[in-house]
Design a protein around this ligand. Structure first.
Ligand SMILES: Cc1cc2nc3c(=O)[nH]c(=O)nc-3n(C[C@H](O)[C@H](O)[C@H](O)COP(=O)(O)OP(=O)(O)OC[C@H]3O[C@@H](n4cnc5c(N)ncnc54)[C@H](O)[C@@H]3O)c2cc1C
Length: 507
């Protein structure tokens, strides 16, 4: 059993999303006392599933994939065999045409006029001769690999809708994390010679999807924590992390390694008592004590709530910002709209950027209903008109756009609409953001017993698997005293999708 100074160690986790719950799951297994505090009435965070019009839906598309053993063990132990292997089908919609994604060369050649193809080849050869040296922006990174023309067709419009800033201001980190380091040469070679001899499905072709929605994983993790003596408190928003009396020193905050004090912080076992984490304060004023706090609340808000934060760190945190998502669900009176799990909508003439079709995930989420639920994604900043607009106006816009794309025929009825606004969905990787983030990371590393993880918790553009890994490693850090640098997760690029699904998941 994990102990500090003879008593059972207690950890508070802020947020019941994938990061918080995977951490709680590992900690209760190790005998740690765990209390999770979640602001909303649900578990699962952005990866929750919920009932809508008699069916199950997720918050947009949620494809789970990883080749990392611990992450897959977390999935298989909790979901068991209640999952469907879904054959992935995703396409890009651009100027009234569909392009397979990942891109297939012959499909591209068939869909584009000859002069555009010549222009693609010309631009590709040109960039081979004169590449951007040390590409730092998304635009430069993608252009170096695919050429300027392909960048414009397949990357520019979607990315600018998503991030709300020009591609010349989006950091290359995003591309490096999300786009396979495939170049046009490799695409051509693979199109001509194919994947000969390899009959196995990879994580690119198929993914495991819990039968009742991606959120099943997190509902079960919460049940596991409760059944092992932990608490998962819902509708319990945390105001701030509590600290002992400050050191009075302005240059390193409360967590300063104040070697001179020689005191011990009861919980953390690190020097500099007096200045460590003591627990949390909830919005209703309740104070809860703990030895460690694992935070998945937005990093920017976490820093705002800490005391004695040096001015330059506070200023750096202020410069980090997020992009919001608006999800518009449509219930359509049809069962046969299109075969994709989701479609990326690059066409610049519409505002939305992605459409999920929940008819094409697992049979169970549709619950024998004869209608199809689509989910359209719009992205916005707080100050944008669409973010401030009424739900009924946003729903009308969505209906207009889905008809414009002819993805729902005009004679087919749209029976219901539901608008869900999700703040702080995407940490914006604007060029230079790492300088500010690094300053915040370095400062938080000086605060003993506080572990920030998660998508907005660590300001990393995480998928579920990254957040789960952060949760697992945070737990190991606490129980085994490891010195793992959790900020590094989801920064080293390792391409996951070429792994064979049978090697990583199916037992
Ligand atoms: C539209 C969309 C599509 C996506 N598609 C995929 C996909 O295909 N595949 C994939 O793997 N991932 C996908 N993701 C990403 C995935 O949802 C996230 O990576 C994952 O949910 C992050 O988990 P987290 O625990 O870090 O954060 P979150 O899920 O955001 O959880 C954080 C939790 O903390 C709570 N919280 C915040 N502040 C406080 C507070 N002050 N007090 C208490 N609680 C607080 C929140 O309510 C939330 O429940 C998608 C996300 C979106 C939005």
């Amino acid at each position: 059993m994990a102990e500090t100074k003879g008593k059972r160690m207690k950890v508070i986790i802020i947020g019941a999303g994938p990061a918080g719950l995977s951490c709680g799951y590992e900690l209760v297994k190790a005998g740690v006392e765990v209390e999770v505090y979640e602001a909303s009435p649900y578990v699962g965070g952005m990866a929750r599933s919920f009932d809508l019009w008699g069916q199950r839906v997720d918050m947009g598309p949620h494809r789970f994939f990883s080749k990392e053993k611990h992450i897959n063990e977390f999935f298989t132990t909790l979901v068991k065999d209640d999952y469907t292997l879904v054959n992935r089908m995703t396409r890009i919609y651009y100027r009234n045409r569909f392009f397979y994604y990942p891109i297939k060369l012959f499909n591209v050649l068939r869909n584009l006029p000859p002069f555009t193809i010549v222009s693609i080849l010309w631009e590709f050869l040109r960039i081979q001769m004169f590449p951007y040296k040390n590409p730092t922006t998304f635009e430069e990174w993608v252009s170096n690999r695919f050429g300027r023309k392909l960048f414009e067709i397949f990357f520019k419009h979607y990315s600018e809708k998503l991030w709300g800033i020009p591609c010349s201001k989006i950091d290359a980190d995003w591309a490096a994390q999300r786009i396979k380091s495939l170049s046009l040469w490799e695409a051509v070679i693979s199109a001509i010679f194919g994947n000969k001899g390899n009959k196995h499905k990879t994580l690119l072709d198929q993914f495991a999807y819990p039968n009742l929605g991606t959120g099943t994983l997190y509902e079960r993790a919460a049940d596991f924590i409760r059944s092992h003596g932990g608490k998962v408190n819902l509708q319990s928003p945390v105001k701030k992390v509590m600290q002992d009396a400050g050191s009075g020193m302005q240059d390193a905050g409360c967590g300063m390694q104040d070697a001179g004090s020689g005191m011990q912080d009861a919980g953390s076992g690190m020097q500099d008592a007096g200045c460590g984490i003591t627990g949390i304060e909830l919005m209703d004023g309740t104070v809860v004590k703990a030895d460690y706090v694992v935070s998945t609340m937005p990093l920017t808000l976490l820093v705002k709530g800490l005391k004695d934060v040096p001015a330059d760190v506070a200023a750096a945190a202020e410069k980090l910002y997020f992009r919001n998502t608006i999800l518009v669900y449509l219930e359509v009176d049809s069962m046969e709209l299109f075969a994709d799990n989701w479609i990326y909508v690059h066409s610049p003439e519409v505002k939305h950027g992605r459409i999920t079709n929940f008819r094409n995930w697992s049979r169970q989420i549709n619950r024998d209903k004869k209608t199809t639920i689509l989910c359209m994604e719009f992205w916005a900043f707080d100050e944008d008109e669409i973010w401030k607009d009424k739900d009924e106006n946003i729903a009308e816009l969505a209906k207009k756009e889905i008809h414009l794309l002819k993805l729902v025929p005009p004679e087919t009825k749209i029976l219901n609409t539901f608008v869900l606004k999700v703040p702080r969905c995407y940490p914006v990787y604007e060029t230079g953001y790492q300088v500010n983030l690094k300053k915040v990371e370095n400062y938080l590393d000086t605060v003993p017993s506080l572990i920030p993880i998660g998508r907005y918790g660590a300001f990393k553009y995480n998928n579920q698997d990254h957040s789960i890994l952060m949760g697992i490693l945070a737990a190991d850090k606490i129980t085994q005293g490891l010195d793992t640098d959790l900020w590094k997760i989801n920064t080293d690029v390792e391409y996951q999708e070429e792994a064979r699904i049978k090697d990583v998941l199916i037992q």
